[in-house]
Design a protein around this ligand. Structure first.
Ligand code: NAD
Ligand code: TYD
Length: 350
């Protein structure tokens, strides 16, 4: 039986990865490590929490001694590392939290892997989940490939770029089997409503203004989160040590066009007259250092490992809206408490 540590498993993408591995690999034991920050929610995993091949530990990855104790206790075969501070706007307000978790936390995990696996690095794997944002911003044309030079602009992307460099350094210096993937923007169920799509769904549902930064001209390449989890599965099992793969949806949308599509879906689902939700669109002050465009070339992953995205965006977005409308309690829970003060500070200048 393989024992796999998945960090950040209570978050958006991590919960989909944990669910997939627990359900698809009954001969693996999955240990989900999470600090349970505002973004971590064990309710995301209520459907698998009683499975015999799943367990949870509440640990902060900035706590090196807790990480070392865990590695000393459990004989991990592999790490899939997703735990991170993940929201660009929060990184603009508080960059240090991003350095601590994304850089120091990653190095703490790498140090533990180095220490506890050093007798035999074969059959071990450290898989680091990263973002396309490390490559910086594109103009109107071009795509990021695995050889695009790193050029991060936000404190979030700078911290992820730094963590990627450390992972490669530990592979090159100590010979740890490391793999990295850089993915485009994900969407789907269990997405915390500070990010564009779930925030807009929540606001439209509640007849609140939908804030669009600048003129809404920025472009993102959206991927269904379950397609990302499947890509992680494929890369984890098939990639050669030291490899990097880009993961993307070949699905570029200007923010304003995406929000208009979302408004149309929401009008249909909520039985509102066509055009009602679009009236909520409100242009607000642009994000500082706002990257114009991201687009991923995932040819390497498609050609070498045979992965392709499964869902068309319109279908995925509709499924996502359905999930949020059905799971009202989840949405109400995560938007109670500190959410309102974050929202007021970010959008209402209070
Ligand atoms: P998320 O914010 O939804 O979840 C992050 C999880 O990490 C939470 O459960 C949180 O509690 C946990 N965490 C945060 N700090 C921690 C700490 N110090 N110790 C232990 N746990 C901690 O993020 P997400 O969107 O699911 O992103 C997961 C990973 O994927 C991140 O590494 C992110 O950079 C990367 N990524 C995200 C996207 C995207 O579109 N969301 C795209 C590409 C890559
Ligand atoms: P976001 O979901 O925060 O992801 P990222 O910044 O990592 O790409 O934002 C997606 C896009 O939507 C990005 O161009 C910023 C924009 N955006 C808004 O226009 N309004 C908002 O309230 C938010 C959160 C984002």
């Amino acid at each position: 039986m393989k024992k796999i540590l998945i960090t950040g498993g209570a978050g958006f993408i991590g919960s989909h990865v944990v669910r997939r591995f627990v359900n698809n690999y009954p001969d693996y034991h999955i240990v989900n490590l999470d600090k349970l920050t505002y973004a971590g929610n064990l309710a995301n995993l209520s459907d698998i929490e009683d499975k015999p091949n799943y367990s949870f530990v509440k640990i902060d990855i900035t706590d090196a001694s807790a990480i070392n104790q865990l590695f000393g206790r459990e004989n991990f075969d592999a790490v899939i590392h997703l735990a991170a501070e993940s929201h660009v706007d929060r990184s603009i307000t508080d960059p240090t939290a991003f350095v601590m978790t994304n850089v120091i936390g990653t190095v703490n995990l790498l140090n533990a892997a180095r220490e506890y696996w050093k007798d035999d690095y074969s059959n071990k794997r450290f898989y680091h989940i990263s973002t396309d944002e490390v490559y910086g911003a594109l103009g109107e044309t071009g795509m990021f490939t695995e050889t695009t030079a790193y050029d991060p602009h936000s404190p979030y992307s700078a911290s992820k770029a730094s963590s990627d460099h450390f992972v490669r350094a530990y592979h090159d210096t100590y010979g740890i089997d490391c793999v990295i993937s850089n993915c485009s923007n994900n969407y789907g169920s269990h997405h915390f409503p500070e990010k564009l799509i779930p925030l807009a769904i929540n606001n439209i549902k509640n007849n609140k203004p939908v804030p669009i930064y600048g003129k809404g001209e920025n472009v993102r390449d959206w991927l269904w989160v379950e397609d990302h989890a499947r890509a992680i599965d494929v890369i984890f099992h098939q990639a050669k040590a030291g490899e990097t793969y880009n993961i993307g949806g070949h699905n570029e949308w200007k923010n304003i066009d995406l929000i208009h599509l979302l408004c149309k879906i929401m009008d249909d689902k909520l039985g509102r007259e066509a055009g009602t939700s679009a009236k909520l669109i409100t242009f607000v002050t642009d994000r500082a250092g706002h990257d114009l465009r991201y687009a991923i070339d995932s040819t390497k992953l498609q050609k070498e490992l045979g992965w392709t995205p499964s869902l068309q965006f319109e279908e995925g977005l509709e499924k996502t809206v359905d999930w949020y409308l059905v799971n009202e309690e989840w949405l109400n829970n995560v938007t109670s408490g500190n959410y309102q003060s974050y929202y007021d500070k970010q959008y209402n200048g209070r």
